[in-house]
Design a protein around this ligand. Structure first.
Ligand SMILES: Nc1ncnc2c1ncn2[C@@H]1O[C@H](COP(=O)(O)OP(=O)(O)OP(=O)(O)O)[C@@H](O)[C@H]1O
Ligand SMILES: [Mg+2]
Length: 462
């Protein structure tokens, strides 16, 4: 037995018998009935891996039964059987979702082959559904964290617009969660079962980006040996996430406008437009309106993209969320690293809340992960944070610029370096952090300016 179950529906008893014997020999479990009604009852209680149904039957005909089966058990491929080759009915059946059609006089080999293929397609579709489900639950475990007032606004907007079809523009600095929000919108829309296709416009050279987005016809350029679908076509039925849209060239902007206005594309080297069917979500980490003012971005495209805007606040504008995010990433990292629970000291939490986070949530995520790896115990102290946090609490070095009108920039640099080094007791790593340069640059400058600790004020030579 293969473990696969097949349903046969035919009012002709001898046909049922013939198919049952043949398919049972192949190792399938076969259930055969003569009426559409009985078939529906069976389909409600059994899972069938394939079904073969006669088109002409008294009572409920095959076409109606096909429709019913598609609803009760959408994953079951249905093969339609016709007494004579009637192309029109067969085509209609296929249009209504039948997998294939067979004439009743078909040879045994052909019947076996069609059933084998139907089972294979059913298996692949089930696998595909399973993988999509996995992907969905993986995403849904990617929680969006935030309870500050300005982030509440984001949640509210996401709730309101997830299921509408409008184009959405997500704006925010790098690492604020633009892609996370785009995925959330997709998985909460009715397109969730369709693909989520994403492309970063800043990451590809123009010609490659163009062919990736719109596809190309054979011979469009050297190396285009066959037709290739663009990502806009691949995204059919799903969501297309256009990341860093400000980085597109004027030529691509024109084509994007066409996508939004006409809902069609022309592949590279092609002449005929191809329809596309997807929902567009764009993202930018620059001020797109300013780009428009500067003449760097088409105003008409901006208005088309900016139907609904979701602005994501930078982390420094929602410091209340930092402790929440720290705890969240601590738990996530600890789970991944299979270590015991960890927490941060109040001093560390205070530093993390006060820090400005130019890299936003992504930077915070990395800092927490690094600290978990570096800290052996269950409490994370200041020493597990990157160097820039080590000097955060320290008094800034005051630099008196009076009397500097006649000095060169080099002389000023020498004096400032000496001052900072003295202030931190010649701890060079600390000085480098304050100066915002790496240690090797500082060493070079010390040698170049022939700086040396002033013996009297020397605190802790390194
Ligand atoms: N509110 C949040 N809650 C939980 N995790 C978040 C949040 N915001 C961002 N992240 C996490 O931070 C990282 C960066 O997020 P994402 O890639 O969505 O940012 P982005 O705005 O697209 O950045 P970039 O402009 O650099 O592409 C991801 O790992 C994401 O899961
Ligand atoms: Mg991103």
């Amino acid at each position: 037995m293969t473990g696969e179950r097949i349903l046969i529906v035919d009012d002709d008893e001898s046909m049922c018998e013939f198919l049952t014997i043949m398919l049972e020999k192949e190792g399938y479990e076969v259930h055969a009935v003569n009426r559409g009604r009985e078939a529906i009852d069976l389909a409600k209680t059994n899972r069938y891996h394939a079904a073969m149904i006669d088109i002409k039957m008294p009572g409920m005909d095959g076409m109606t039964l096909l429709g019913e089966l598609r609803t009760i058990s959408p994953g079951t491929p249905v093969v339609i059987m016709t007494a004579f080759s009637s192309e029109e009915t067969a085509i209609e059946a296929v249009n209504r979702g039948a997998f294939y059609y067979l004439v009743k006089q078909a040879k045994k080999d052909e019947i076996r082959l069609v059933i084998k293929k139907a089972l294979e397609v059913g298996r692949l579709q089930a696998e595909n559904r399973f993988l999509k489900q996995q992907l969905r639950s993986r995403h849904s475990s990617k929680k969006i964290i935030g309870k500050s007032e300005c982030f509440e606004e984001v949640f509210h907007l996401v709730d309101r617009v997830a299921n509408c079809e409008s184009t959405i523009l997500i704006c925010g600095e790098s690492g604020t969660g633009k892609e996370l929000v785009a995925r959330e919108l997709h998985y909460r829309s009715r397109r969730a079962d369709g693909p989520f296709v994403s492309i970063n416009c800043g990451a590809l050279p123009e010609t490659l980006l163009e062919s990736e987005l719109f596809g190309h016809r054979r011979g469009a350029f050297t190396g285009a040996v066959r037709d290739k679908d663009g990502l806009f076509t691949v995204a059919k039925g799903g969501t297309f996430f256009l990341d860093e849209v400000a980085e597109t060239s004027p030529a691509i902007q024109v084509k994007l406008l066409r996508v939004l206005q006409e809902r069609e594309i022309i592949p590279l080297g092609g002449t005929k437009p191809v329809k596309v069917e997807m929902r567009l979500i764009a993202a930018t980490n620059v001020d797109l309106e300013q780009r428009v003012d500067e003449g760097l971005f088409r105003a008409d495209l901006f208005y088309r993209l900016n139907v609904i805007q979701i602005p994501l606040p930078p982390l420094r504008k929602r410091r209340d969320d930092v402790p929440l995010l720290v705890d969240f990433f601590l738990q996530e990292t600890v789970k991944r690293a299979h270590t015991g629970p960890k927490s941060v000291t109040p001093e560390v939490m205070d530093l993390l809340v006060r820090y400005d986070w130019p890299g936003n949530v992504r930077e915070l995520e990395n800092v927490v992960e690094r600290a978990v790896v570096l800290q052996d115990g269950d409490t994370i102290g200041k020493e597990a944070l990157p160097p820039k946090f080590q000097t955060m609490g320290e008094k800034p070095v005051e630099c008196n610029l009076s009397g500097t009108a006649n000095v060169t920039l080099e002389q000023l640099e020498r004096r400032y370096l000496a001052k900072v080094l003295e202030e931190v007791g010649w701890r060079k790593k600390v000085a480098a952090d304050i100066l915002g340069i790496d240690a090797s640059t500082l060493y070079r400058k010390i040698n170049r300016y022939e700086l040396a600790p002033d013996r009297k004020s020397e605190k802790q030579p390194v």
